[in-house]
Design a protein around this ligand. Structure first.
Ligand SMILES: Cc1cc2ncn([C@H]3O[C@H](COP(=O)(O)O)[C@@H](O)[C@H]3O)c2cc1C
Ligand SMILES: O=C(O)c1cccnc1
Length: 351
């Protein structure tokens, strides 16, 4: 992993435009009207550009779920208590959360990484990379130290590299962390330099009074911490959370290893906004999935120049939307391996 420096772009490998062009030609040549597979064709081209080949590697899929707690939960910004993070980590490993169920259907391996859960409890299979027992309350001061922010990125990077070395063709990121839509909003507001009102959402579905309070808490956290909006590490340390750092590291590792990484919802967008400040071209290496229902999603996606493939009003997190894109990859593989070409069928196609 390269050293991350402020105002010095992190170097990513060049994108494989030739492979992208070759994939577009393959798509044009299949026995169907040109462009008729719509955005699935664009997805194929995107994947070829990242993987630098038209022989796409799509089979082995791994979801990395970074789990951490947030000191800001003492401000009553969530619908549930903090302990839901550790409870759901166990539930996920047992196969019973939303994403665990979807991952089973999509033949996706799930890793749950404790990067900062506020509990000494553990579960079989829970990967221990705990930086601390949760972050500090961002409404009163920084969430973590700069060293911890860098540590979180390194953990995410190492986790993703290990998954790639173990044979993962496709990575996805998800999270568990009660309170993290509050931190995600603070991170997004800092990255986008927009008012909190534009990026604070209902999270785990809070009612009006709590929602108003949540906006005030995000405003207060930005005022107290004054994150340097040019410095992703400063934003992460002051108003972020450990799972955001884990995701940033995984994104950098995936891009460096020419491995597509599928984004999930708003928490992923906030992490991607941080990654974009570190490596401005990173979004070309990422694969969007859905448009989260969380407020601020469209704004964040615009800044990331990403156009997701579907919109089901999902707002679960965990990686649910990312995993829901995975069957499409299998479908794409079937198209690429089974369809005849116009040339095979001796069809002359003229617009
Ligand atoms: C049972 C349950 C399961 C979840 N799975 C993901 N989240 C999602 O909601 C939480 C963020 O929302 P907030 O900022 O409002 O606390 C995170 O844990 C996120 O992963 C869940 C939330 C709940 C309640
Ligand atoms: O979009 C998300 O990632 C999200 C939205 C609400 C709650 N948790 C996650």
């Amino acid at each position: 992993m390269q050293t991350i420096q402020v105002n010095k772009p992190y170097q990513l490998p060049p994108l494989a435009d030739q492979a992208a062009q070759a994939m577009q030609e393959i798509m044009n040549g299949l026995a169907k009207p040109v462009a008729s597979l719509g955005r699935l064709e664009e997805l194929a081209v995107r994947l070829a550009r990242i993987e630098a080949t038209t022989k796409l590697r799509l089979q082995h899929k791994t979801l990395l779920v970074f789990a951490a707690d947030h000191g800001v939960t003492v401000e009553h910004v969530s619908a549930t208590p903090k302990k839901v993070t550790i409870v759901q980590a166990g539930n996920m490993l047992a196969g019973h959360t939303a994403v665990a169920a979807l991952a089973q259907a999509a033949h996706c391996h799930v890793q749950v990484i404790d990067i900062g859960i506020d509990s000494a409890h553990t579960f079989p299979g829970l990967i221990d990379a705990k930086i601390a027992y949760g972050t500090h309350n961002i409404a009163l001061g920084p969430a973590m130290t700069r060293a911890q922010a860098l540590q979180a990125i390194k953990i995410g990077y190492a986790t993703a590299v290990a998954a790639i070395n173990a044979g993962s063709d496709i990575l996805a990121v998800g999270e568990l962390g009660v309170g993290n839509t509050t931190t995600a909003a603070a991170v997004a507001a800092a990255c986008l330099q927009c008012p909190a009102t534009e990026v604070v959402g209902r999270g785990s579905n809070i009612a009006d009074a709590k929602f108003k309070h949540k906006i005030a808490i995000v405003q207060q956290s930005l005022k107290i911490n004054q994150p340097d909006t040019d410095d992703a590490i400063d934003i992460l340390a002051k108003v972020g959370g450990f799972e955001f750092g884990g995701k940033v590291g995984a994104m950098l590792a995936a891009a460096e290893h020419q491995t597509p990484l599928i984004l999930d919802g708003f928490i992923s967008y906030a992490a991607a906004l941080l990654a974009q400040k570190i490596a401005p071209t990173i979004t070309d290496y990422l694969v969007p999935s859905h448009v989260s229902h969380e407020q601020g999603s469209k704004r964040a996606l615009q800044q990331l120049r990403l156009q997701p493939y579907f919109d089901l009003n999902l707002c679960v997190g965990e990686g649910t939307g990312a995993v829901m894109l995975m069957p499409w990859l299998d479908e794409l593989n079937a198209i690429l391996t089974q369809m005849n070409t116009l040339a095979d069928m001796d069809i002359i196609y003229k617009h």
